[in-house]
Ligand binder design. Sequence first.
Ligand SMILES: [Zn+2]
Length: 272
Amino acid sequence: MEEVRGLVKALTKAEAPEAVADVLRALAKAPVTVPILHELKCGAVVSKLRKHENESVATEAKLLIKQWKGLAAAAGVPQTKAPAPAPKTHSFAVDDLGDPTRQAARKKLQATLGEDASDSDSFPAAEAVELALHRKWPNLQQPDQKRDYVAKLRQLSFNLKKNSELRSDVNSKRLTPEKLLELDADQLATREKQEERRKMAEYQHDARSLDWERKNRDRMDKSIGIDNSKTMYPCGKCKSTKVSNYEKQTRSGDEPMTQFFECADCGHRWRF
Ligand SMILES: [Zn+2]
């Protein structure tokens, strides 16, 4: 090691090309190892000499570098550093965002959005959605802003996880982050959920309008002398015959009307 150190020092001090070439030849015979070469930065000093105007210096330098590279290769050191494999998920430095809540939000959004999209799609999307959240609630030091930010984040990631259409709309930018933030719970829900809710609303509307229709019909029937309180269909619960009945087209037009019955005594309702 000391011998090599001395030679490297001599190399930097030597001025005459013949002296430089001599040192290079001496280095070629010196007992070097990769760690020694590395520590003394021999490669850096010698490789500069490969372009020396003196031909023999340049040649000796080239030979020496080749020799050392062979040494390094034999020691298992790759000659050129292979590019580091791209990380599977992007990491966000806390300093980048200035707030760990925002960093956690991006990670969470990316995990959700990345469910079936490639990382390259979900990363910018996660970033854009978080930025939109940040624009809406810029000061997370304020407890109410932080509460709203976190609540929206939870709602978004919950729905994005369940709703693959929503995910793909966000990842593909068909739905902008600003529009995403405007969606209410219904709009964020999955299509099946939306259908379920729509049916429920329809059913409730139907039930209300049937009630109204029945009352109305009873009133009209009475006004023209029809008493709906007497019926051929007695109540299945209390056997009372004070049963009102009315029909309604609930299915398609070519199917029979549905008959609705209500017992005036016990309130039991049925249909057929
Ligand atoms: Zn009854």
